[in-house]
Design a protein around this ligand. Sequence first.
Ligand SMILES: Cc1cc2nc3c(=O)[nH]c(=O)nc-3n(C[C@H](O)[C@H](O)[C@H](O)COP(=O)(O)OP(=O)(O)OC[C@H]3O[C@@H](n4cnc5c(N)ncnc54)[C@H](O)[C@@H]3O)c2cc1C
Ligand code: SF4
Length: 584
Amino acid sequence: MSSKTLGNTALTSFDVLIIGSGAGAGPVAYLCTKNGLKVLILEAGPNHFASLDDPQNQPVPEHANDELKYQVRSFIDVDTRMDPRAWRTAPSDGDRLSVGDVNGLPKHVGGGMVHADVKMPRFEQQDFMMGTLLGQKVQNANFADWPITYDDLEPYYAWAEVQLGIQGLKGANPFEPPRSTDYPMPPGIPMYLSTLMQTALATSGYTAFPYPTAVNSQPYDGRPACADCGYCSDYGCPTNAKGSTAVTLIRKALLSGNALLLAETRVTKLIMNGAKDTVTAVQCVDPNGNTVQYTASRYVLAASPIEDARLLLLSDLGGPGIGNSSNMVGRNLMFHLQTSCVGIFNDRLHGHRGRTVDHGFADFRGVAASYDPNDPSTALGGIVEISGSERPINEAEYYAEILRLQLKFDGGLFKKLMRQSPFRDRIVVLTMQAEDAPQATNLVDLDPAVVDFFGTPAPRITYSNNAYELAASDYRGKMMVDMTDGNGKGAIFKNAGARWAAVTPRDAIPASAHIMGTLRFGSDPTQSVCDATGKLHDIQNLYCSDGALFPTSSGYNPTMTICALSTWVGANMVFPGQPQMAIQ
Ligand SMILES: Cc1cc2nc3c(=O)[nH]c(=O)nc-3n(C[C@H](O)[C@H](O)[C@H](O)COP(=O)(O)OP(=O)(O)OC[C@H]3O[C@@H](n4cnc5c(N)ncnc54)[C@H](O)[C@@H]3O)c2cc1C
Ligand code: SF4
């Protein structure tokens, strides 16, 4: 059984208290401990790594290639009966449309990175200046520049890439921003379907490249090379080849002797001084269900954007929320709108082997941000991931469902489908992210009636897509699945030799797992919640270090930028005004 109390248990007073242990927490935790600060990490979920704080042994994950454990018995998924979220598209829907899961990430030591397949591209230079580039051109959107540029963040990307162990090929993405360093590791072996699609994409005029990924292509930092086991996305890594913050930065923080991590310890409230400008303690529910308090000099929100905003609102029940003089807490919540296109092939493509996604292309993101509302080709899409499918039980469920819908269930036909395996062994999936327009009306607040297992008000998500990202999705989706001749650059699946291709229906409730915004950072305290270093404008000793800071969403996977920002925030906490000293 893995320990709930990790690190230096002799520590009794703390300089920094971090809420959460995921991508937003790992870099700030390690940088603080490396520079001598005493750090307390509070994590709501359990710990699934034995020996995570043992310097003599590698962590022993409780993870496995086990579809029953993850997909059927929900080993790591949040139990939405205990931890519900309410959902509506607009206030006109009433208090809520449904209660359940809304883009929930697993709650455990290491957060969502543990079971993500950790594709870790950087954002492009333009992604930091969408306010300037798009300004007021997009109706009902709230595009803003980041208070720091790509060049400011570049050294922090480079530092975090080394800590996490990112594989990739410098220069392979024609839209890649300038890099001061090479990737720490070369790309691993590509899947057969990636090489097939790379050729087809070249014929179509696009450039596929090895996806930068936090997965070891060779032994690195005491962890083994990836075995390409095929169970990467949605599964924890059985060998620690995946560089989640749990086995990299959180572990290093614990090994420093300067950190204590308490798992199964859920923060329910920030306790403030009378002026409400300083946090004096946090209130928690401990593993035994008792209410306890912990204190430190400074506090960091790294619980991911929905829970960060919820905590600020819970800490001022009946009021506007802590740190909310701008009335921006919870607003500009962003999820990437994903457009998924499937192609079915005659040949077996073995897409269930490998690292789930090892190649992508960024041509639908491009570099131009000129926008004409009458021309859907100018709305920014995003990077496109190339993958297959990997789960036999999932596959069986699809066929059974289709047979039930089309005919009556036929066992013989079902077995034939399982042997032919169109949805597992002959499928390619192209998934495009898209710039999600920030909207003040897309927000997190507290549901007026729904509470979690502990009686704490649940977060309510009010969200609907802007016409901007819908235009990019419609336009690029049609291009990807066009099977006719003469579409020039469009017909990707046709050029790859697919037999059939289609765009899949959109999620009714967003399920991209890319969660951004709610505490956007900026230099104007009337338009943002946090300043350029991640400190809340209104509060002397409270910081945010995760994707809640993002003013805009880019069209690239967010977690590398979350880690770079966490590094930036930590470096500014350790060396105010000279953050570069922290990463030398
Ligand atoms: C299947 C899947 C695949 C993905 N693949 C990719 C990918 O390839 N690339 C990519 O960029 N992103 C990917 N993502 C998204 C990625 O997982 C997230 O961007 C990332 O994990 C966010 O990190 P975070 O630290 O902000 O939040 P989290 O990972 O959610 O960490 C926050 C932590 O805080 C804890 N916490 C929350 N509330 C409290 C509280 N009140 N008290 C104490 N602790 C609390 C939580 O338990 C959690 O452990 C994927 C997600 C999924 C689900
Ligand atoms: S594909 Fe590699 S990194 Fe992913 S779970 Fe398997 S061994 Fe781990």
